[in-house]
Write a protein that binds this ligand. Structure first.
Ligand SMILES: [Zn+2]
Length: 253
């Protein structure tokens, strides 16, 4: 099965377009609100970055390729639902397209959005049901009609449910404390860094390996003693060498 977490690009919205908060401590996160932009990806990005717009969403999914951008941290309140109570308690996902142009709702868009929504539902314990994963038009008092009649809710909830199973399997306790963007990408990068230090590929970084890689990188101040001290700081089980899990844990304090 595919990874539950799509790669996410961080493109911050203007500070004037959202409210800093401390969710889920300040407010529970109870809903995912599904939107359709009625703008292109590029124009939506411009709008979220325009301080006069007074509008934002946490995420935007591209139509053609399912690329995902994050504009507002999940801990913060995006201005997308047109209802303050729902804004405080939801994550807003925008989809590039128009409600009356179903050709914009591509497989790539559904898949990427479902992975994203599954990660959100998993993080906050939101049930994957139609009263919690809702359309903008279903927000009380809504004046918008998105995502509209062409949005395939059965398909979407089915995809989210499937991805939620992946999300449950791929997350560990340590990861649960991390920021919400791009955990899998970071872990892959950490793995690359680890592999560079693990010169002989035995799954552990020794002080000698650490020292030799630092020397290759131009840092000759890292003697074996210094390297050992650095390793000891991250060495959870005190065996004198660094496993990937220890390395990863040290990056996530
Ligand atoms: Zn909307």
């Amino acid at each position: 099965m595919e990874r539950a977490f799509p790669p996410v690009r961080w493109i911050p919205a203007d500070d004037a377009n959202h409210t800093v908060s401390d969710r889920p401590r300040a407010h529970p996160v109870d809903f995912v609100v599904v939107h359709v932009t009625e703008e292109t990806f590029a124009d939506t990005r411009r709008i979220f970055q325009d301080p006069r717009a007074k509008v934002s969403a946490h995420y935007l999914v591209g139509s053609a390729d399912g690329r995902v951008a994050q504009f507002v941290r999940e801990k913060d309140i995006a201005w997308h639902a047109g209802n303050w109570d729902y804004n405080t308690r939801s994550i807003g996902i925008e989809h590039e397209g128009w409600p009356d142009r179903p050709e914009y709702f591509t497989d790539a868009l559904y898949d990427a959005s479902a992975r994203l929504a599954a990660a959100v539902c998993h993080r906050y314990g939101i049930p994957v049901t139609r009263d919690r994963v809702i359309g903008h038009s279903e927000v009380p008092g809504a004046t918008h009609t998105d995502p509209g009649p062409h949005w395939d809710w059965d398909r979407y909830l089915d995809l989210v449910s499937r991805q939620l199973i992946c999300a449950g399997q791929s997350r560990t306790q340590g990861e649960a404390h991390m920021a919400d963007i791009d955990i899998e990408t970071r872990k892959a990068e950490a793995r690359k860094a680890f592999d560079r230090f693990d010169v002989n590929g035995d799954g552990f970084i020794t002080a000698a390996e650490y020292k030799s890689v630092m020397a290759q990188l131009g840092d000759f101040n890292v003697t074996e003693t210094v390297a050992q001290a650095l390793i000891n700081k991250k060495d959870g089980n005190a065996d004198g060498v660094l496993s990937f899990d220890e390395f990863w844990a040290s990056l996530n304090h």
